[in-house]
Design a protein around this ligand. Structure first.
Ligand code: OSB
Ligand code: MG
Length: 371
């Protein structure tokens, strides 16, 4: 049994190296909620992927803080968990709030694996020691600026580029990128920005894309299923896949032929693994999405992406692509093969700069579990 002693919550701000613009807005810094769990003399860390506003999902850092402190922590105090696999059942009475749940589950996995002395990727059945990287490039002010960004990442060795698109920042942009980079692995992400009637959608097939991610509203599986029957480019879902239940529906409806898995969006690592397995049974490939995580969240993504059905390049870039300063060590680096190596140590395999975190945290609170 995991004997939990204490839960701590931290909120801190990290400045992005470059503003990140999507169809729903621009981020210049990230407010990050971190969870630390103490048990049997060891510690485990989890990162909440909720943003400061309810744009990508309804959750925010503040709703997650509230749900963890006021509902999840009291449940944990009275719980008897054999493994992190028991955690989703424990918090199932809380409706929704997947990112809040996922952050605590992540800390439990890290703690559990550190107590066992095994790396997380091995514990969950990972099959590779490096994962294929990719980079997600936000909407820029002009096409020349975008081309500069793409050129810089291609030169650094990124094997796949994802472009954020929206109506009006799509066909012309793709034409320009394809002219300069006819061969690169390229995919696009609309973050729900299109209406099903938009004629541009039928033009994407000209650009040899790996996939088109989430063109329509997050609740709309039907229109994605219709589009998937009309175009050659594989349709991939991100925002729509909020749980294993929804993944099954999407697969049965053939609303997508690829799934972007983000453990935070689906309610935790256990649910992410379940979706991976469901997709694998149907021979639908998956890849790991990103939420501009710090090294803590990135380490979890890297472990997840070692599972066998993560066969497409992931939104897992090197540490130096994100923030001016990270809070975890060592940094993740891009290898000469365009991959990110999986840390060898127990649990997540990274260390948190806790001194810096304590110094800079805007919120820091603790809950004791000792009975
Ligand atoms: O839609 O995949 C997305 C970041 C924040 C919110 C949504 C998305 C993203 C990314 C970032 O694309 C990918 C990364 O972390 O490298
Ligand atoms: Mg996306």
């Amino acid at each position: 049994m995991i004997s939990l002693e204490k839960l701590e919550l931290f909120v801190t701000k990290l400045t992005l190296k470059h503003p990140f613009r999507t169809s729903f807005g621009e981020e210049r810094e990230r407010k990050v909620l971190l969870v630390k769990l103490w048990g049997s003399g060891k510690e485990g860390w989890g990162e909440c992927v909720a943003a400061s506003g309810p744009w990508y999902s309804y959750e925010t850092v503040d709703t997650a803080l509230h749900v963890i402190r006021d509902f999840i922590a009291p449940m944990l105090r009275d719980a008897e968990l054999e493994s992190p696999r028991d955690f989703p059942g424990l918090v199932a009475p809380i409706r929704g709030h997947p990112m809040a749940k996922a952050a605590v589950e992540a800390a439990l996995w890290d703690l559990y694996c550190r107590l066992k002395g095994v790396p997380l990727w091995q514990e969950i059945g990972g099959v590779r020691e490096e994962v294929t990287s990719g980079v997600s490039i936000g909407i820029q002010s002009s096409i020349p600026e975008l081309l500069d960004r793409v050129r810089s990442f291609v030169t650094q060795g990124y094997p796949r580029v994802k472009l954020k698109i929206k109506p009006g920042w799509d066909l012309e942009v793709l034409k320009a990128v394809r002219e300069e980079f006819p061969e690169i692995k390229l995919q696009v992400d609309a973050n729900c920005a299109y209406s099903p009637e938009d004629p541009a959608l039928l033009e994407f097939d000209r650009f040899g894309l790996l996939l088109l991610e989430q063109p329509f509203h997050y609740d709309d599986l039907l229109e994605h299923a219709r589009l998937a029957r009309r175009i050659e480019t594989p349709v991939c879902l991100d925002e729509s896949i909020v749980s294993p239940h929804r993944a099954r529906e999407a697969l049965e409806l053939r609303a997508c032929s690829v799934i972007n898995i983000k453990q935070g969006r689906v309610g935790g690592l256990s649910a992410a693994i379940r979706i991976h397995d469901l997709a694998r049974e149907r021979e639908v490939p998956v890849w790991c999405g990103g939420m501009l995580e710090t090294g803590i969240g990135r380490a979890l993504n890297v472990a997840l992406a070692t599972l066998p059905n993560f066969t497409l390049p992931n939104d897992i870039s090197a540490t130096d692509r994100y923030f001016q300063q990270d809070i975890a060590h060592p940094p993740f680096r891009l290898t000469s093969r365009g991959t990110i190596s999986v840390p060898k140590g127990p649990g997540l395999g990274i260390e948190v700069d806790e001194e810096k975190l304590r110094r800079e945290a805007t919120v820091h609170l603790g809950v004791n579990f000792r009975r």
